[in-house]
Design a protein. Structure first.
Length: 476
């Protein structure tokens, strides 16, 4: 019985051991299947991690380069907008100063026009007075000629009467000589001497009268020469008046041109103000868009950095648990990614240098155009100053002409009028030259003002900003 009990117990133990062995073999098989499944899962996760790492690295590198390029383009656009704002402010100040100068020149031209009109009126009054004086002198000369002619006729009649009386007396003397005797020869001689004395006195009186007549004729000739000189002076004064009227008409046209230039300058100033407002509005809109893009990029960068941190933690855990081949492969891929990243950075730096050179070229062209406009404005101001000096000189010449006409003597007046007329002719040529130069400068300034809004126009985005927008839109 004891043996049977021991056998039963041994059988039960062997059966229990067999059951435990079967359970262990089943658990080992399940563990092996689970291990194979885990290995397959690990391999799938490794492949997905490699793919995710490559994708995240490329995306992060692209986003980083896009952010850097967008920041660089934003800096360039901010500098360009600041420069354009400063340039527009300078242009606005220049236009305001130019408008003030044109207003002052207009006022001076109008004042000079009033002064020249007053001088012309004074010259017309002087001409009328000179004409009235000449008419009075002509009448006096005619009266004096008539009186001289009547005096000459009376003298000729008296001479004829004296000749007739002499002939009568000679006849009487001959009769007396024949009738009287010799003792009266002495009385006859005395009478003859008296008659000769009277004849000599008559001849002296006649010579004196002829000399007076010659003196009167010389005075008449001198007066006629003076009359001709005054007529020539009047003709010159008429020429001066006609030239003054031409200068007044040219000044009127110049004033109209200045008014048109003022209107054009005001219109250009309003266009610049509108362009400035538009550029400020575009700048504000671009800054808002760039702020939103930067915020989106920062949020995307934070999310990507969190994902990369999670993926790197999982990858480090798997690499520590996995074989060395995965590590080597990852190192090779990282080296390749670093090489690609360096090439991308060099390409981006080259593009940024090209953008910087383009910006420098644009700045140089803008500075050259600003210098050209400044030179044109300085030349126009110098020509206006020359015109004002010439107008003041003409005013002084008119004053000198009036003083000479009212104060000096006849010969000095004629000589001074000749010199002043020559100076007036030279001054007129100078005025015409200055007017032509000012018209040319005004045309050049008008063309430059019409071309100037093209410099500040455009869409407010350069190539760098367009590249940044392209990178942002291409980013995932």
């Amino acid at each position: 019985n004891e043996m049977e009990c021991e056998l039963r117990s041994l059988r039960q133990e062997s059966q229990s051991q067999e059951r435990t062995i079967q359970g262990l073999t089943e658990s080992i098989s399940t563990k092996d299947s689970e291990a194979q499944e885990l290995y397959q899962m690990i391999e799938g996760q490794n492949t997905t991690l490699c793919k995710l790492k490559s994708l995240t690295l490329a995306q992060l590198q692209g986003e980083l380069v896009g952010v850097q390029s967008s920041l660089f383009s934003l800096g360039l656009e901010l500098e360009a907008s600041q420069r354009s704002l400063r340039q527009s402010q300078r242009q606005g100040d220049d236009l305001v100063r130019f408008k003030d100068r044109l207003n002052s020149d207009l006022q001076e031209a109008l004042q000079h026009r009033e002064v020249t009109e007053k001088h012309n009126q004074d010259l017309r009054c002087a001409l009328q007075k000179a004409r009235s004086e000449l008419q009075a002198k002509d009448a006096a000369l005619k009266e004096s000629d008539a009186e001289k002619h009547s005096v000459l006729q009376e003298k000729e009649r008296s001479i004829a009467q004296l000749k007739r009386s002499l002939q009568d007396k000679e006849q009487q003397l001959q009769v007396i000589h024949t009738t009287l005797s010799k003792p009266r020869d002495a009385l006859l001689e005395k009478l003859r001497e008296r008659i000769k004395d009277r004849d000599r006195a008559l001849e002296h009186s006649i010579d004196d009268k002829f000399r007076c007549l010659e003196d009167r004729e010389g005075q008449v000739r001198r007066l006629q020469l003076a009359l001709r000189e005054k007529e020539r002076d009047l003709e010159r004064l008429r020429c001066i008046l006609s030239n003054n009227e031409e200068t007044i008409t040219s000044l009127d046209s110049l004033v109209r041109g200045k008014e048109l230039e003022l209107e054009q300058a005001a219109e250009a100033y309003r266009n610049l103000q509108w362009l400035k407002q538009q550029s400020e509005e575009k700048e504000r809109n671009t800054l808002r868009e760039k702020d939103t893009i930067i915020n989106q990029l920062q949020a995307a960068l934070q999310s990507r950095s969190q994902e990369t941190q999670d993926l790197t933690a999982a990858l480090v855990a798997r690499v520590q648990a996995g074989p060395t081949e995965v590590v080597e492969e990852l190192k090779a891929r990282l080296a390749l990614k670093e090489k690609l990243f360096q090439e991308l950075l060099s390409d981006r730096s080259r593009q940024s240098n090209e953008h910087q050179t383009q910006v420098q070229d644009l700045l140089s062209t803008l500075s050259s155009k600003d210098q050209y406009l400044q030179c044109v404005l300085e030349q126009l101001v110098s020509e206006y100053n020359k015109l004002n000096d010439a107008l003041r000189a003409e005013k002084r010449l008119y004053q000198n002409l009036m003083q000479i006409h009212t104060k000096s003597d006849s010969s000095e007046k004629i000589q001074a009028l000749h010199t002043e007329l020559d100076s007036v002719q030279a001054l007129r040529g100078q005025l015409e030259e200055v007017l032509a130069r000012t018209r040319n400068m005004a045309l050049v300034l008008d063309r430059a003002a019409k071309r100037q809004p093209d410099f500040g126009g455009g869409d407010g985005q350069g190539p760098a900003s367009r590249a940044a927008v392209g990178t942002v839109t291409n980013a995932p």
